[in-house]
Design a protein around this ligand. Structure first.
Ligand SMILES: Cc1ncc(COP(=O)(O)O)c(C=O)c1O
Length: 378
């Protein structure tokens, strides 16, 4: 049996998305910037996709910019949001994806900003009281906090953060890469400045994503060149990727409640089975339903002598998951997230991440393998 439980890394493309992309490839090869009929036809396809994405997020199509993925969208929001608004202080958490952390660290290193890192508790909750205190002391800050963590799944209340940011005139960016397509995002209600998405995390193609920029938040172009993306991002559009992204998001929204219930059921089942069969199992992050991304489960195993061999053994048993250890301070390897929440660095940790394609039989197979591996080493 081959089991794929690494859907937070990337998801398989939905067959309907592939069909939509192939149909576009076969029938439409014009350049959307060309003014002749072939070009105009493809331009219409791109704008239709933009309208679909905007409609699902309840914003205007002019607020959606297609990018090469989540990393580019995060980089753009941070660099342009900070530089174009003359921001001198930014606030984030040590649990952010490197697309956010490394970008902010670079701006700190080159003297553009001072960077404050929020404290986090053992479950990955950021200290929102400290955030308010920092916002009070530094009005007009830039805040970047992800909606759900990609390694441990802990959710941050971005509605609350957006209200705080509004109160203290801060610019708010949220990396929503792991929750886009998995939760309803009504961005008008949220009053946020920047939001990011990557199609490959919601059964769309790789190498395409988007950045939402609130129309009140003016920024300069992020890639200079042609007039694509309303002069903001030069370069011929990834037309087929954009078509796939819009189709994938549309499918997610149409079946969201059903998929959420199904996937949450798989996660709950796996938690129960792991607790039942593996003595000493622990979980990293907050695993309560309200405060945890339903697609992610990070478990810490008692077989301390196995380290990375646990993942390797799962791999040779046909099971794809990811993980790592907390690593000791200063080490080049290991997870910065597990390290920040002080996960036990002796215990191997595995992130299992689920999708609509997984089944209970797969979970039984994985738990059975884990049980054998841990017992062998006990
Ligand atoms: C939370 C988060 N942000 C950003 C990214 C980067 O997205 P992309 O791979 O599309 O550049 C990822 C991907 O792993 C992610 O999980």
């Amino acid at each position: 049996m081959q089991v794929y439980l690494d859907n937070a890394a990337t998801t398989p493309i939905d067959p309907k998305v592939i069909a939509a992309m192939v149909a576009t490839m076969e029938q439409n090869y014009g350049n959307p910037s060309s003014i002749h009929a072939h070009g105009r036809k493809v331009k219409t396809i791109v704008e239709k996709a933009r309208k679909t994405v905007a409609g699902l997020l309840n914003v205007s199509p002019a607020e959606i910019f297609f990018t090469s993925g989540g990393t580019e969208a995060d980089n753009t929001a941070i660099v342009r949001g900070i530089i174009d608004h003359g921001i001198m202080h930014a606030i984030t958490s040590p649990l952010e994806h490197h697309a956010v952390l490394h970008t902010l660290e670079e701006l700190e290193k080159n003297g553009t900003i001072r960077l404050s890192l929020l404290s986090v508790d053992g479950k990955g909750n950021v200290d929102l009281r400290q955030l308010e205190q920092l916002l009070k002391e530094n009005p007009r800050s830039f805040v970047s906090l992800m909606h759900a963590n990609n390694e441990i799944g802990t959710i941050t209340d971005i509605e609350y953060v957006s209200a705080l940011c509004k109160q203290y005139q801060a610019i708010f960016h949220s990396d929503t890469v792991q929750t886009m397509g998995h939760y309803v995002h009504d961005l008008t209600k949220l009053q946020i400045d920047f939001v990011t998405g990557a199609a490959h995390k919601f059964h769309g193609p790789k190498g395409v994503g988007f950045l939402y920029v609130n129309h009140h938040t003016k920024i300069k172009p992020f890639i200079y060149g042609g007039a694509q993306e309303r002069n903001m991002r030069g370069g011929t559009e990834n037309v087929y990727g954009i078509v796939g992204l819009a189709k994938a998001l549309e499918i997610c929204y149409a079946q969201m409640a059903e998929h959420q219930q199904y996937i949450q059921g798989l996660k709950d089942y796996m938690i129960g089975q792991l607790k039942m069969h593996i003595h000493g199992i622990q979980f990293n992050g907050d695993i309560t339903r309200e405060n945890s991304l339903y697609t992610v489960l990070n478990a810490s195993f008692p077989c301390t002598d196995m380290a990375d061999m646990l993942l390797f053994n799962l791999d040779i048993s046909g099971i794809s998951a990811s993980g790592g250890s907390a690593c000791s301070s200063g080490s080049a390897i290991g997870s910065h997230v597990l390290h920040a929440i002080h996960a036990d660095n002796e215990r191997p940790c595995v992130r299992f991440s689920f999708s609509k394609n997984n089944t209970r039989e797969e979970i039984d197979f994985v738990v059975g393998k884990l049980r054998t591996l841990c017992l062998e080493k006990a």
